[in-house]
Design a protein around this ligand. Structure first.
Ligand SMILES: [Zn+2]
Length: 130
């Protein structure tokens, strides 16, 4: 599907599937966040672990979620999208937890794009909410 027709669908549905090239990654935004395994709210880094404001999760594994802001382009146009967890799992062929913990990419502002095929990725993308 072409981006120019996507832009119309986006206004109607807020989501779509397309094949486009990822041409730019928004490096001002973080590419993952961490959720509390008890309440599902955001957890925050503290020293070498994560904490929830409401729960004690010291003994539990926090949940790592992708959320990458990027620009995609095809031969008709380009647009800004957000790749959520499911979509990015597919694209990088690995979970967010693997990427952060096992591969050691702990900086949420630096996306490890060596793991990332920028050439023509089929992507299920969601409209960027500003
Ligand atoms: Zn919590």
């Amino acid at each position: 599907m072409l981006i120019e027709s996507l832009l119309i669908i986006m206004q109607q549905q807020g989501h779509y599937t397309c094949t486009a090239r990822i041409t730019e990654i928004d490096e001002l935004r973080t590419w993952f966040y961490v959720k509390c395994p008890k309440c599902g709210k955001r957890a925050y880094p503290e020293k070498d672990r994560f904490v929830c404001l409401d729960d004690d999760i010291e003994e539990e594994e926090p949940i790592f979620m992708y959320c990458l802001n990027a620009k995609i382009t095809d031969n008709t146009d380009s647009t800004e999208v957000v790749f959520y967890n499911e979509a990015l799992n597919d694209i990088v062929k690995g979970s967010c937890r693997d990427m952060v913990i096992n591969l050691g990419n702990r900086n949420p502002k630096v996306f490890p794009d060596n793991n990332f095929n920028k050439g023509g990725t089929k992507a299920t993308a969601h409209r960027c909410e500003k």
